[in-house]
Design a protein around this ligand. Sequence first.
Ligand code: HEC
Length: 172
Amino acid sequence: MQRSIHFLTLLVLGISTAQAGSSSVPPAPNGIEFPTDYSDWRVISTSHRIDNKTMRVILGNDTAIEAARAGKTNPWPDGAVIGKIVWKQTEAADWKTAIAPGKFVHAEFMFKDSKKWAANGTGWGWARWVGMDQKPFGTDANFSQACITCHAPVKDRDWVFTTPAMLPVMHK
Ligand code: HEC
């Protein structure tokens, strides 16, 4: 009896530890962990690519949002994480001339840590997870060179294309 109780306790502990651990989504090849809470982040801006017909929202964690609201984005502060979520555009169900997000394409992120990521020359850690099954993008840690090369035109804007969308001042 005693033994079976111990076994049960271990089993329960084991299960709750597994749940409390990080997500089941594997990390990016450069070791960056999937930011499981990104779907609760606030919006910095939105964009729409007319060449490949995709819609995007650009999100930030609390540190990024605070910086965006304060206009302190060059450089972005350490701890800021910017996310971009991409969907294929589709025609809105009830309004022909409106587009709406359809198939999920990917979620990608820039993690600002000027010390940790100094070696790649940007001060940002780069990571992307593809598709509904959130498969890490890239075969080895060098995948982020492609991100960095394409973001190089905005290196004087701390490697970030997005300008936070204008919002009226909130009077609380
Ligand atoms: C072909 C060029 C290109 C490549 C490659 C690329 N990006 Fe971008 N990225 C852009 C452009 C252009 C924007 C801004 C427009 C938009 O919303 O798509 C952007 C925006 C972003 C943003 C939102 C912040 C910002 O800079 O506006 C994140 C986060 C991001 N990219 C991450 C990545 C990551 C991670 C990779 C590599 C896995 C990557 N990008 C590769 C062109 C690129």
